[in-house]
Every structure is written in C-alpha cells, then in structure tokens.
Design a protein around this ligand. Structure first.
Ligand code: PLP
Ligand code: MN
Length: 382
C-alpha cells in the first residue's frame, strides 16, 4: 500500500507516512524498520550459510506485503500459512507458492483450497490420514487442478501427524496413487521445541525429531520415493533442522518480529539468542497517573496477547508490566516518571496472536512513520 488518501486517520488507520511516532494513534503496532531489515537479511544469510530453503511462515504477520518482502529481499522460496482463508488472501495478493502447513479437513475448505491453483498458484497442503487424501484428490479432480501434498509426521510435538515411518510410507503411496495429487514430501515440525528456553532441552528434542524424520526419509528413499520437501523448523529450532542434512526447507515466522517469550530462549553459551532483534512493538499512551507509583496505558487485552506472559516495557527497566484488562494496561512506575500522553513501547509477549488483533503495521524509521502495511489476513482463520 502506498496511497493512503482513501483512509481517515484515526478511524481507518493509526498513522500516515511522515508523521512522528509520538503522533501515531494508539494502541498501534509499530515496526522498527531497521530491526525488521536486520532480521529479514539475517535469515537470508542463515539459509545461504546452511544451504537450505526458507518458506517463511506468514501465520505470524498475516500480511501479504511482508510476505513479498520475505520472498524478494529475504530470498524465501515461498510461504507457509495455517488456514485456507490465509492462503486465499495471500494468493489474491499475488503470492505464487503457498503451503498450508496444516491439515484441511472440512469439505468446503478442501474445495476452496482445490480452486486456488486456478489463480496460477502452487498450493501445498499437509495430511495425516487416508480419508483426507481421498477427499483432497476428489476435490482436485472436480476442480481440474493439482494439489501438492506432504505427509505430516509427528516428530515429537504430539500435535498432528502420523506416528512412524511405516505410516508415512503408507500415506505417501496413497498420495502418489491419487488422481490430481502430487507427493511433495514430509512435514515434520517440532512445535514443542521452539520455546524450550534451555539449549540442552531444545537439542534433546531436536535430536529425537531429526532421528524420526531421517528414518522416514530413508524408508521412502529405499522405496524410490523422493521427498522434494523435508520441511519444519521455527525460530527456536531452525539451526538444528538446517544443519541436520535431513531437512531442506525451514518455515520460521517469529524471527522477523520477535517477542518477549522468544527473548527468553537461550543459546549454547547460556546467552539469549542473539541473531534477531525486537522489531515489533505495541505503542501505547498513558491515560491516567492518579495512583501513586502506577500509570495506566491504553493497551489492554484487545491490543495484545498475554498467553505467554505480559509484554515487556522496552528499554525501561524501571517500569513493570502489572496487569491487563480489556482496554487498560497497568504499569508499575515507582518513581512516577510517566505523564499523561507519554508514549511507551511494549514488546508483546507473543507476536502471532497479537498481530491478529490489528489491521495495520506502522513502519517507523528514525522516529518517523515511513510506511504502513496492511494485516491482510487479519481474522482470516477459516
Ligand atoms: N511451522 C509450523 C507448522 C508452525 O505451526 C509454526 C508456528 O507455530 C512455525 C512453523 C513457525 O514458528 P515460529 O513463529 O516460532 O518461527
Ligand atoms: Mn507463536
């Protein structure tokens, strides 16, 4: 988006390019564009270093504009999303290589998914059961399209996915035999490893995940079934997948924005993961200071998700996040430094569900609004 003339400031959009950050209408998500660029290019360098592909996970930001930047500047080979309506949004916006890294089971959703290749889009989807493969095939035949299908393997996350290599082989064989489906490989995402704060815990989970995945890939190879994609990995685990020699496609999402919970994840040396910077902030305004030692801001539960704990107050160790209700956030301000209308930057506890609460990202550089990005797939969870 570059023409904002159709929008009314404050009603439709929280800011206009050229405004000072202090003038942004709060609560608003602001993106520090220097940190964003750093993260974007850091991941580009990481995949070059390891010699793997990156299929950027867009469930995190839900923005087609950001997805394009990840592909063009960040050298992502394509994108992931979790929902058919997210895939529809991204496809309509011109993204041409989209994996739904999830099971799609509802007949209407399967039919919608099977229509998407008509837009000139490569569509990939995951599965973990035979009836689903039959349903995907039937819909693709009906629509005259082709769907690429990955078998999802449970490599330790205990979410979706088949239990073992024999089941992977059974489903891969069924996909190969099914009309209008193409077998694309194995989806093997260890969700439980991502936010394991200690390196040793992540390593243990990932050693197991890689062993399970390698076994499945090897069994398929022994039957001359080749995996184009062996996919998995998120911001917390990707160095393990990337170095494994088993995985060839990562699907990190949060690296681009980071959040307070990912900041707790530690590297080998006990230090926090250094690679990525906080790029996403919730800008909020102080609206009451009547109680001694506290200030109330305008960012409550409708502005951010606190499922992984409260946000952190950025670069203000003297201030503490206390309590959040629908429209209010209570901060502990022991020295009574905050005044009415002061702006502070909160680092959201968890970026993904926070982003889904907003329509716009306000891109800021040097204290000035440079651009706005639409959260294109906001609320698209069907
Ligand atoms: N892949 C899948 C299947 C996911 O569900 C997620 C996030 O939950 C990711 C990748 C990306 O993880 P992160 O945002 O932690 O990088
Ligand atoms: Mn998340």
């Amino acid at each position: 988006t570059s023409d904002f003339s159709q929008y009314t400031l404050g009603y439709d959009i929280p800011a206009l390019p050229g405004m000072k950050v202090e003038e942004v209408q709060t609560p608003a998500l602001i993106v520090d564009l220097d940190a964003f660029d750093h993260n974007l290019l850091k991941m580009r360098d990481e995949i070059a270093k390891y010699g793997v592909r990156h299929r950027a996970h867009c469930k995190m930001h839900k923005s087609a504009e950001i997805a394009k930047l990840q592909m063009e500047q960040g050298h992502a080979c394509g994108v992931c999303c979790q929902k058919v309506s997210e895939a529809e949004t991204l496809a309509r916006a011109g993204i041409t290589d989209i994996m739904v890294s999830n099971e799609v089971c509802d007949p209407y959703k399967i039919d919608r998914l099977a229509q998407l290749p008509k837009l000139g889009v490569r569509i990939l989807v995951c599965t973990d059961n035979l009836p689903n493969i039959a349903a995907l095939s039937e819909a693709a035949v009906k629509q005259g399209t082709e769907l690429e299908v990955l078998v999802e393997l449970d490599c330790g996350g205990s979410r979706c996915g088949v239990a073992d290599s024999a089941a992977v082989l059974e489903l891969a064989t069924a996909i190969i035999a099914a009309p209008n489906l193409r077998f694309a490989g194995i989806q093997s995402y260890q969700g439980a490893a991502q936010h394991a704060y200690e390196y040793a815990d992540r390593k243990a989970l990932m050693d197991t995940a890689i062993t399970i995945t390698k076994d499945a890939v090897d069994l398929l190879e022994s039957k001359e079934i080749h995996c184009d994609i062996v996919g998995g990995g998120g911001t917390g685990s990707y160095p393990f997948e990337a170095a494994s020699g088993v995985f060839n496609e990562l699907q990190c999402g949060s690296y681009l924005f980071m959040d307070a919970d990912y900041r707790r994840v530690k590297d080998k040396d006990g230090q926090y993961l250094p690679a990525f910077e906080h790029a996403l902030f919730l800008l909020t305004s102080i609206m009451s200071t009547d109680i001694d030692g506290q200030a109330v801001c305008d960012a409550g539960l409708k502005a951010h998700s606190i499922d992984t704990g409260p946000p952190e107050v950025f670069e203000r160790p003297d201030l503490q996040s206390l309590d959040y209700s629908d429209e209010h956030g209570v901060l502990k301000d022991p020295q009574n430094t905050l005044k009415i209308n002061d702006k502070i930057k909160l680092v959201p506890g968890h970026c993904d569900p926070t982003c889904n609460l907003h329509d716009w990202y306000v891109g800021v550089r040097g204290g000035v609004v440079e651009t706005l990005w639409h959260v294109t797939a906001r609320g698209k969870f069907y």
